[in-house]
Design a binder for this molecule. Structure first.
Ligand code: AR6
Length: 184
């Protein structure tokens, strides 16, 4: 399904984010930036060693103690179709009273901010924090879409496409239900 906010199209699909032909894909990383499982593992596997090289450099130069939750850094896309990877760290779900919602919203808006600063026209997000980090997906989807909507309404963005790439049909259905409520 699709929605539109100003000049920006929002697209929802089921698929693998490593196949997306966009300017930048977002990685649900961890503070080490050294790779991991889930979408992070898939991106590093398919994107190749250049992504890890960039991440190591970023750690040394900018974040020796690791990337804080909700912050974003940019690496090459390596062998991916996407030109760049924006690595962000979503919050780990701890029951909902540890500022998780704000941190998750910021992970999305900071990614959009970085993409806009770089003049990118297309970005693809996975469902940040809803795998290993355990965030309930309906709540996470609501926060994700509201954060994207707020950013696009409040900022002049170069982005023409914001894609949400959900790994399973179930996750896609949930995001579409949330989108139907929010964009109705
Ligand atoms: N394309 C799109 N979505 C995917 C893909 C893919 N190739 N692979 C998995 N997903 P997760 P998190 C979905 O665990 O919860 C890593 O080890 C998956 O089904 O990747 O933010 C990192 O290194 C789920 O819906 O990210 C961190 O340590 C969503 O992506 C930690 O996991 C997010 O699941 C981050 O946990």
């Amino acid at each position: 399904m699709q929605a539109r906010i100003g000049e920006t199209k929002l697209l929802f699909s089921q698929g693998d984010i490593t196949d997306q032909n966009v300017d930048v894909i977002v990685n649900a990383a961890n503070p080490s930036l050294m790779g991991g499982g889930g979408v992070d593992g898939a991106i590093h596997r398919k994107g190749g060693a250049k992504i890890l090289e960039d991440c190591k450099r970023i750690r040394v130069i900018k974040w020796p103690n690791g990337l804080p939750v909700s912050y974003v850094v940019l690496s090459t896309g390596g062998n991916l179709k996407a030109r760049f990877v924006a690595h962000t760290v979503g919050p780990t779900w701890k029951g909902g009273n540890r500022d998780e919602a704000r941190l998750l919203a910021d992970a999305y808006s900071n990614s959009l901010d970085l993409a806009t600063t770089r003049g990118f026209e297309s970005i693809a997000f996975p469902s940040i924090s809803t795998g290993a980090y355990g965030y309930p997906i309906e709540e996470a989807g609501t926060i994700a879409l509201k954060s994207v909507r707020t950013f696009l309404m409040e900022n002049a963005s170069t982005l023409k496409l914001v894609a949400f790439v959900l790994f399973s049909q179930d996750d896609l259905r949930i995001y579409e239900e949330v989108a139907n409520e929010i964009f109705a």
